[in-house]
Design a protein around this ligand. Structure first.
Ligand code: HEM
Length: 406
């Protein structure tokens, strides 16, 4: 190396060292503030208003205590077994801290605070007067990978655009078109249970949740792709496996950056995520090619005809600048719908079945009503649905969110 080169590399090394020395305290101060001083300031801010909570611990917040409380609650069966008081088991930490700190308290998911409000009047007031200050929380990164970066986690303008594009899939008229499909898959399920019971002397014990999953999968695949179950089966299967990793990770303390380490489990969940994406991209590619035919088909059949599936709506969507929705965003929405729809519907059906088993008098009332309205051996149609008062009661009224025009 000649003298000028040597001189240059010495100066360059020195410049890097000086810059690093200047920046390091700054970065260290920022990190310390984010991980220690800011949480302490926020704790003090809320404490002055009488809002307290479990103390913040460096980096992990109160996740360690949360995980321990959840593990303890799920280690033993519910007592009594017929109890409807699910909160202490499902979200043990809310139940536990609410008893200590009252209905409004502060908890820490790592350095991220969450204000927990359990007083219905206060919840109402927040929604009515401070809706703009209320935003959805960031999911655990592994849960986010599983549920996709779709409607459930989007914010602001992007949420509004996606919501506007996807809303027609959920119009009652459109959902009514799914009724015959769902009816047929439930009837097939009941028939298989009947056959199993006959084969084992009149009675059979089944894990209803497992069977209801298949019903939910079929309905959601149809709502998403407008097609039969086969195209969604593979994605659901992989999402199910990914969910096992996610729920395991969720029960553990979140170590920042851990999900980027090439551990065996991380590599497996990356692989599954890649496969899910590949499957969905292929499906979207196939549908995009046929999109124009599909639109023409819908127009031809008019309101009484074709079902507007999620993928079709996304493929044909255009934003204000007439840009199509990127494939990556479609993939994320499909993941979201698969995730958001399956477990919720399965749990609802399972829970309803458990309640009906616990209260046979309601089972009789529901059965009599279905027989009277639909007739024996007939599948329910959309015309029957509004006449099924017992089956639909009590229903939950969900306020309609505001979607900006445009
Ligand atoms: C018993 C059944 C269900 C329950 C209890 C339920 C519950 C919820 C809740 C509480 C939210 C609000 C989440 C938040 O804002 O952070 C939500 C949003 C959402 N759910 Fe469900 N859900 C159910 C069924 C379904 C089904 C079947 C699908 C689709 C196939 C679905 C798709 C969605 C989507 C896309 C959102 C986001 C909506 C938006 O932000 O615009 N859900 N659901």
């Amino acid at each position: 190396m000649g003298a000028p080169e040597c001189w240059w590399s010495t100066w360059r090394g020195l410049a890097v060292a000086v810059t690093a020395a200047c920046l390091l305290p700054h970065v260290a101060a920022r990190v310390t503030d984010a991980l220690w001083w800011r949480p302490r300031r926020l704790e003090a801010h809320f404490a002055r208003q009488g809002v307290r909570g479990p103390p913040y611990r460096f980096l992990v917040g109160c996740v360690r205590e949360m995980v321990a409380l959840m593990a303890e609650a799920t280690a033993k069966p519910m007592s009594p077994a017929t109890s409807h008081n699910a909160l202490p088991r499902v979200l043990a930490f809310y139940h536990y801290w609410r008893k200590i700190y009252g209905p409004t308290f502060l908890i820490w998911f790592g350095p991220t605070p969450r204000l927990t409000v359990a007083d219905p009047e206060l919840v109402r007031e927040i929604f009515l007067t401070r809706a703009e200050a209320f935003d959805r929380y960031e999911a655990h990164p592994i849960v986010r990978q599983l549920e996709g970066d779709g409607l459930v986690s989007l914010h602001g303008d992007k949420w509004a655009l996606h919501r506007r594009v996807l809303a027609p899939a959920f119009y009652p008229d459109n959902l009514n078109r799914l009724v015959p499909h769902v009816g047929r898959s439930v009837a097939a399920l009941a028939e298989r249970w009947r056959a199993m019971a006959c084969a084992s002397g009149g009675e059979v014990e089944v894990d209803v949740a497992e069977w209801f999953q298949a019903v939910a999968e079929e309905a959601i695949t149809r709502a998403t792709f407008g097609r039969s179950y086969a195209s969604g089966r593979v994605v659901f299967r992989m999402q199910g496996r990914l969910m096992a990793f996610a729920s395991e990770a969720f029960r553990k303390v979140l170590v920042p950056g851990y999900r980027f380490l090439p551990t065996k489990k991380n590599r497996m969940s990356w692989g599954l995520d890649r496969e899910i994406r590949r499957g969905l991209v292929q499906l979207i590619g196939r549908r995009s090619d046929a999109a124009e035919d599909h639109e023409a088909e819908i127009k031809e059949k008019g309101n009484s005809g074709g079902f507007r599936d999620l993928l079709g709506l996304m493929i044909n969507a255009r934003d204000k600048k007439s840009q199509a929705m990127p494939v990556e965003e479609m993939v994320e929405e499909c993941k979201t719908f698969f995730f958001a729809g399956k477990q919720t519907t399965t749990n609802l059906l399972t829970w309803a079945t458990v309640l009906l088993a616990m209260h046979p008098e309601w089972q009789d009332r529901a059965r009599q009503e279905v027989l009277a309205v639909c007739g024996p051996g007939e599948l329910p149609t959309k015309e029957h649905l509004h006449k099924l008062k017992t089956v639909r009661h009590p229903h939950i009224t969900v306020p309609k969110p505001k979607v900006p025009e445009g």
